[in-house]
Write a protein that binds this ligand. Structure first.
Ligand code: CP
Ligand code: NVA
Length: 321
């Protein structure tokens, strides 16, 4: 089985912590001669149906520093904008590149990409999940606080794709997470139940103060995610009370780690004095995106399906397109 990374659970038992260890190693050896180059001779497609700054940069630089060649593909300059099916694009990519990172709208679309593509597919954000971001957040928190276990995590705001991957992480790592969201923008019940069945503790509340009290990690995200532009008015009205301010930070642990996946909207989900203040580690988490992207690409490269081991035209026998 090729190593697709559509969600954190795809890393397998103990896989998240192993990925963090490897990411920390990449952070230590950056720029040194011993830095491995597992992508040497390989091209990686970075396919973006939605805008990106951090994800694109981190994957592009990670690919280069691992010895590979990144190729940015956007709908505007591909046949995707003219209606070529996702599966056909996937087949083309699988014949050309060794791995694909894909940012798109629905989980169904990235799953279709992963099914039809010979090469491993990595989730660079969907409407439902942003597992790459949460790996970087976890690495940052562990670096600042020295551990993850026993920390109280609080989320204030929209139960966005990032929040949902944090809920998944809570389940996989046995963490406690409290989410303060308006009921209309709460996380799906089945995802909460899955995290709890795996050993996480998930508290849903409508009080930002309740969630933030004593928190070791304080997280938020934009009120209006990409693709939700039609809901701006409703979202801003409902999410108004769910913002990280100096007053909210004062309720948390004095050692709280404040994170925002960015881009931030100062004065909306987070105040300028917090995101630009001493407890904000958002910019460290940006750098962590590079180290975790390297660990992820290396992991994908170590599995079957990476590269071009199959001789030309014999793949028909195996039924693979
Ligand atoms: N955090 C994050 O994914 O940022 P971009 O949208 O800029 O990639
Ligand atoms: N929830 C945001 C995250 C951006 C990195 C979005 O999907 O737009």
């Amino acid at each position: 089985m090729k190593r697709d990374f559509l969600r954190l659970a795809d890393l397998g038992e103990g896989g998240v912590l192993a990925m963090l260890d490897r990411s920390a190693h990449f952070a230590r050896i950056r720029g040194r001669a011993e830095h491995p180059k597992p992508l040497a001779g390989h091209a990686v497609a970075l396919l973006f149906d939605k805008p990106s700054t951090r994800t694109r940069l981190s994957l592009e630089v990670a690919t280069v520093e691992l010895g590979g060649h990144p190729i940015i593909v956007t709908p505007d300059f591909s046949q995707m904008s003219r209606g070529e099916p996702t599966e056909d694009t996937a087949r083309v990519l699988g014949r050309m590149v060794s791995a694909v990172a894909y940012r798109t709208s629905t989980a169904a679309r990235i799953e279709a990409m992963a099914r039809a593509c010979r090469a491993p597919v990595l989730n660079a954000l969907t409407d439902e999940a942003h597992p790459m971001q949460v790996l970087a957040d976890l690495l940052t928190v562990r670096d600042v606080r020295g551990r993850l276990s026993g920390l109280k995590v609080a989320w204030v705001g929209d139960a966005s794709n990032v929040a949902r991957s944090w809920i998944e992480a809570a389940g996989l790592l046995g963490l406690e997470i409290a989410l303060a969201t308006p009921p209309a923008f709460a996380p799906p019940r089945d995802e909460v139940q899955l995290a709890e069945s795996r050993g996480g503790r998930v508290v849903i509340t409508d009080s930002a103060q309740e969630a933030a009290r004593g928190a070791d990690v304080l997280l938020t995200d934009v009120w209006v995610s990409m693709g939700q532009e039609a809901e701006v008015a409703a979202r801003k009205a409902a999410l108004g009370p769910y913002r990280i301010t100096r007053e909210l930070v004062a309720l948390a642990s004095p050692e709280v780690v404040v994170l925002h996946c960015l881009p931030a909207h100062r004065g909306e989900e987070i105040s300028a004095d917090v995101i630009d203040g001493p407890r904000s580690f958002a910019w460290d988490a940006v750098e962590a995106r590079l180290h975790t992207s390297k660990a992820l690409l290396e992991w994908a490269a170590a599995g079957p399906g990476f590269g071009h081991a199959r001789p030309f035209l014999t793949s028909r026998d195996a039924g693979a397109r």
